[in-house]
Design a protein around this ligand. Structure first.
Ligand SMILES: *[C@@H]1O[C@H](CO)[C@@H](O)[C@H](O)[C@H]1NC(C)=O
Ligand SMILES: *[C@@H]1O[C@H](CO)[C@@H](O)[C@H](O)[C@H]1NC(C)=O
Ligand SMILES: *[C@@H]1O[C@H](CO)[C@@H](O)[C@H](O)[C@H]1NC(C)=O
Length: 407
């Protein structure tokens, strides 16, 4: 599996090198996938990713409460730190990443673009073995770095932490420059971010300061505040090829028809309201809050509504929030947002086969409730399983999210 990942990474890098350079407003994205091995779902890797994701949302919700003084209204229960019931040592998962520059002189780093969090952090030059294999940020040799003399600490689902010191520095992305951006310089990396598990160097959150652990604007908000963008938005194409992040507008070559927008219902995460999720043409349930997150692989929902969805389909509950179907009769699944129906392709809804017999396939909509006993999320998470089917637009200026059909 390790060999395979490395092989794919090398193949991807070779492929990316052969591609024409993207326009300066866009960043080409790469992806590393480790959730299936020869088409069979690696459930422990998937569960590990879910635990990681859930911890991220718990942290965001806790930061929201601290930063705004308001309770996270979507929560069914008190916000707690996810501990995860599985002994997790690994966080192999799928991430979309590309390149930014930080500091003066500018140094390039690969970062995971994550709309489900708000903070930027990089492995720092004073990080020891846990950051080995990554490009390290050295604020001591960046003339634009300012030490904020503030520590930060982010705990992940495997129980390990990313911790370090906060700085402000100059961040370049797709030809734009954020001059006074708060970022974390990590002197310790958690297992999940170590080079063997995590291809990018760091992570760039793209949500709002309301959920920032640093209590700081995200890079995108800084670009907007410093008035560098013609339009206060960014947009993603996340697909098996030609993926890109567009900054300061949309790339009209990458979608067809109109963009359907839906308002952000509460600034913090990219939280919207979905109309319905349907299976085989029937609505399984309606009217649900959902966070749009490029940093989550699957579509995640709470136990009871996910159960409701799969019961209507006679799916088999295999535990841990997952369900299977006969591979030869996968249901057609769609999500309705702002009155518009977006179909999930069979390729995105089918996570892979359950075992090597290839008879049962695992659905890419999963329940979070059973993980670590936390039920924070009656909010759904629309991750890659959904986002790979659409062109997605994150409009900071008008606080809305838009979706269109891919070109
Ligand atoms: C910056 O330099 C100081 C003094 O040498 C050192 O203690 C610190 O660890 C360095 N910071 C980083 C992030 O390398
Ligand atoms: C840069 O950001 C820091 C932290 O948010 C803030 O304290 C400082 O005033 C800002 N500096 C400028 C020049 O805007
Ligand atoms: C589910 O099973 C029931 C009982 O066997 C059957 O009546 C129904 O048509 C099945 N539904 C689907 C979607 O397969």
């Amino acid at each position: 599996m390790c060999f395979l990942s490395v092989f794919f990474l090398v193949a991807l890098l070779a492929l990316a090198a052969a591609l024409p350079h993207p326009s300066p407003l866009s960043i080409a994205l790469r992806k590393r996938s480790t959730l299936t091995v020869d088409g069979v779902v690696d459930l422990s890797a998937v569960r590990s990713h879910m635990a990681h994701t859930q911890t991220k949302f718990l942290r965001g919700a806790a930061a929201f409460e601290r930063n705004t003084g308001r309770s996270w209204s979507r929560s069914k229960s008190t916000v707690r730190r996810a501990t995860g019931s599985d002994p997790l040592t690994d966080d192999s998962n799928d991430r979309w990443y590309g390149t930014i520059t930080v500091g003066t002189p500018a140094v390039e780093y690969k970062v995971d673009f994550d709309t489900g969090s708000a903070d930027l952090f990089l492995p720092a030059s004073n990080c020891g073995s846990t950051c080995e294999g990554h490009t390290l940020y050295n604020p001591n040799i960046s003339s634009s770095a300012v030490d904020l003399h503030q520590m930060f600490e982010l705990t992940y689902g495997d129980g390990s932490t990313v911790l370090g010191e906060q700085y402000t520095d100059t961040v370049g992305i797709a030809g734009f420059t954020a001059k006074n951006q708060t970022l974390g310089a990590a002197s310790q990396y958690s297992t999940g971010f170590q080079a063997s598990n995590f291809a990018p160097d760091g992570l760039m959150g793209m949500a709002f300061e309301d959920i920032s652990v640093f209590t700081a604007n995200s890079v995108m908000q800084t670009l907007v505040a410093e008035k560098t963008l013609s339009e206060a938005m960014f947009a993603f194409k996340l697909a098996s090829s030609g993926s890109e992040l567009r900054i300061g507008g949309v790339n009209s070559a990458l979608y067809t028809g109109s963009i359907t927008y839906t308002p952000v219902t509460e600034q913090g995460f990219w939280l919207i309201n979905g109309d319905a999720i349907s299976a085989n043409g029937k609505e399984a349930f309606t009217n649900f809050p959902a966070i749009v997150d490029t940093g989550t692989t699957l579509i995640l929902g709470d136990e009871s509504t996910v159960g409701q969805f799969y019961n209507a389909l006679n799916a088999t509950d295999i535990g841990g929030g997952f369900y299977t179907f006969p591979c030869n009769s996968m249901p057609s699944v769609s999500i309705t947002i702002s009155g518009r129906v977006f179909a999930l392709s069979a390729e995105t809804f089918n996570l892979g086969s359950y075992d090597s017999s290839g008879e049962s396939c695992v659905g890419a909509i999963a329940a979070t409730g059973s993980l670590g006993g936390n039920s924070l999320l009656d909010t759904w998470i629309l991750g890659d399983t959904f986002l790979r089917n659409v062109y997605s637009v994150f409009d900071i200026g008008q606080l809305r999210v838009g979706f269109a059909d891919l070109a």
